[in-house]
Design a protein around this ligand. Structure first.
Ligand code: 3PG
Length: 395
């Protein structure tokens, strides 16, 4: 159920779960993306004459009232983005919250203090969910990026009030469906990042669903090592070699073409501007040679594979993109995918922590079809796991 299904909201109080777990330094929001994605839902509810009570978590205070984890610093940025006042309640339940909400006019907005200051939030305690439910008439979940958590404000509350997916939640779910649920084929995945061990479930799920899967980043070293390729002193999980071989066998059995690096950029030092060279996968490497990026031949094969695909799903960089020149493969692949997406030739969906940073670094995040604001939730969805916050909306 989406917000379009919610009728007669005038004068009602909508409890809206947003994800304001934003990067903050010294009490200042350093990236307001997650605030901006919440605006369409907030404005739609305001236009319908509802009172908007925003529920969110910040960081991991573990059920304690930790002052440095207050959501209060978010208020100024939210007011600026909304162009409207935002009231702040020092608690998300009880008299304090009730008083602030009672005082709101129709169309007014309030932000309630960090739900994780209460232990009942992460325990999904029914009594705490009931205390939240007392505050409103309807529940709107607009926090896809927190939907992998079965918490009171993401899951429990959805079972107590009429519950709807907000605009950002709906956009995320539509994009994910277009990328993996019901995609235009052929579909290619790019999975990078440091470790196979953290993306094992994801790789296993993807080889059964994708036509092609490109593996990059540190985890590609583990695959190369498993194939008997000399990786010198590169980061790799040698104890995962058997698992890597299993994934390769499974991909072959399921008709998923695996794209592993055929050439690599190696350097003795991991520092900006370090002297580097390109080696063919299989060349002998020195003991202090570290593979830090995919090479140009690998990038050429990857861009050709992207050209042969209608849908791309991307998680994780191809190299140490934070330290140029080891950003070259990630930037080249990102620019290529984004230009095809912009031209309407590719549905390109990306998400998960580093991926967004890498796309921003390449300057192409806005040209992708969709960039998820989610980290862990995006990964769990790529792993094929049910997301409790989404399932509760479907019940
Ligand atoms: C995130 O930032 O990925 C979400 O807000 C979830 O945060 P959590 O990992 O602390 O549950």
């Amino acid at each position: 159920r989406t917000l379009d299904d919610a009728k007669d909201l005038a004068g009602k109080t909508a409890l809206v779960r947003v994800d304001f777990n934003v990067p903050m330094e010294g009490g200042t929001v350093t990236d307001d993306t997650r605030l901006r994605v919440a605006l369409p839902t907030i404005n739609k509810l305001r236009d319908a004459g509802a009172k908007v009570a925003l529920l969110a978590h910040f960081d991991r205070p573990k059920g304690q009232r930790v002052p440095s984890m207050s959501l209060k610093p978010v208020v100024d940025d939210l007011e600026r983005l909304l162009g409207a006042p935002v009231r702040f309640a020092n608690d998300c339940v009880g008299d304090e919250a009730k008083a602030v909400l009672a005082d709101l006019d129709a169309g007014g907005v309030a932000l309630l203090e960090n739900v994780r200051f209460h232990a009942g939030e992460e325990k999904n305690d029914p009594a705490f969910a009931a205390q939240l439910a007392e505050l409103g008439d309807v529940f709107v979940n607009d926090a896809f990026s927190a939907a992998h958590r079965a918490h009171a404000s993401t899951e429990g509350l959805a079972r107590l009030l009429p519950a709807y997916a907000g605009e950002s939640m709906r956009r995320e779910l539509d994009a994910l469906d277009a990328a993996l649920g019901n995609p235009q084929k052929p579909v290619i995945g790019i999975v990078g990042g440091a470790k196979v061990s953290t993306k094992l479930d994801l790789l296993k799920n993807l080889v059964g669903k994708l036509d092609r899967l490109a593996i990059g980043g540190g985890m590609a070293n583990t695959f190369l090592y498993a194939q008997g390729v000399d990786i010198g002193g590169s980061l790799a999980e040698k104890d995962m070699a058997d698992t890597a071989r299993e994934i390769m066998a499974e991909a072959a059995a399921k008709g998923c073409e695996l794209l592993l690096p055929v050439d690599v950029v190696v350097a003795a030092e991991v520092k900006p501007g370090a002297a580097s060279r390109v080696a063919k996968a299989g060349d002998a490497l020195a003991a202090d040679d570290k593979i830090l990026d995919a090479g140009p031949e690998t990038v050429a094969r990857l861009t050709a594979a992207i050209d042969a695909s209608k849908t791309l799903i991307w998680n994780g960089p191809l190299g140490v993109f934070e330290i140029p020149p080891f950003d070259a493969a990630t930037v080249a692949a990102a620019k290529h995918a984004a230009s095809r997406a912009k031209a309407g030739q590719l549905i390109a969906v990306a998400g998960g922590g580093d991926t967004v940073a890498a796309l921003n670094h390449a300057g192409v995040a806005d040209d992708m079809t969709f960039v998820s604001t989610a980290g862990g939730a995006f990964l769990e969805w790529m792993e094929g796991k049910p997301l409790p916050g989404v399932e509760a909306l479907e019940a």
